[in-house]
Ligand binder design. Structure first.
Ligand SMILES: C[S@@+](CC[C@H](N)C(=O)[O-])C[C@H]1O[C@@H](n2cnc3c(N)ncnc32)[C@H](O)[C@@H]1O
Length: 213
């Protein structure tokens, strides 16, 4: 389900800074050659992630769900010198493709790409994160939030993608992933340690700011 018409989506993209040549290549190549290309953040959401990263100027960024590396490169745009982005994905089949894109990006020294389950890798991380992007398997969203919360600095931002889940969050019938998203959205709304805004951008982004321990 699209929340705005294709014409309005086109208009919004035409009035948004362009994707870089590499990001456009990743976008096209993913749509042409990779399964489930709708998972890629895309032009508008990618520029939003890049803009937020430029505003926050993070030292450490964590991404759960690399896929073809599109959002990782957007989130890396604002990283301070000496900082890095750790991005985790369980799918090793895309490793060569993604590593190639990171090398071409000129940001390779900032990209720390890990293959494995996010639930196994997050507990091993020692960094204090300024920005986290949760975009992996939906049924673990609540668990990911709990795992990363203490690793986010006070005032740090957690973004969670797909929180409108193609509109299924207000449908009468629910499936397993929809129930997980509904539980996640309720959990965030009821958590007094955070401030949050559900942005109806693309498939819905929950923007969360840590305001207390
Ligand atoms: C929606 S895609 C990520 C899209 C990417 N962030 C972007 O915007 O271009 C979700 C990714 O999460 C990965 N994933 C699923 N379960 C995972 C898990 N348990 N641990 C780590 N990654 C996982 C999938 O392999 C998939 O590549």
């Amino acid at each position: 389900m699209e929340f705005i018409s294709p014409e309005l989506q086109d208009y919004a993209e035409q009035h948004t800074s362009s994707e870089s040549v590499l990001l456009r290549t990743i976008n096209r190549d993913t749509h042409a050659h990779v399964l489930s290309p709708r998972m890629l953040s895309g032009h508008l959401q990618g520029r939003l992630l890049a803009m937020l990263s430029q505003m926050i100027r993070p030292k450490f960024v964590l991404e759960l769900g690399t896929y073809t590396g599109y959002s990782a490169l957007c989130l890396a745009e604002g990283i301070q010198d000496g900082g890095k982005l750790i991005t985790i994905d369980v799918n090793e089949e895309l490793e060569d493709k993604v590593s190639g894109y990171f090398k071409q990006s000129g940001l390779a020294d900032k990209m720390d790409y890990r293959i494995g389950k996010a639930t196994d890798i997050i507990p091993t991380l020692k960094e204090e994160f300024d920005l986290v992007f949760i975009d992996a398997d939906k049924e673990n969203y609540g668990h990911y939030f709990d795992l990363v919360f203490d690793k986010v600095r006070m005032g740090g931002i957690i973004l969670a993608d797909n929180v409108l889940w193609s509109g299924k969050v207000i449908a009468a019938k629910t499936d397993k992933d929809t129930r997980a998203i509904l539980e996640f959205n309720t959990k965030i709304q009821q958590d007094s340690r955070v401030e949050n805004v559900l942005l109806p951008v693309r498939d819905g982004i929950m923007m969360i700011r840590k305001v207390s321990l």
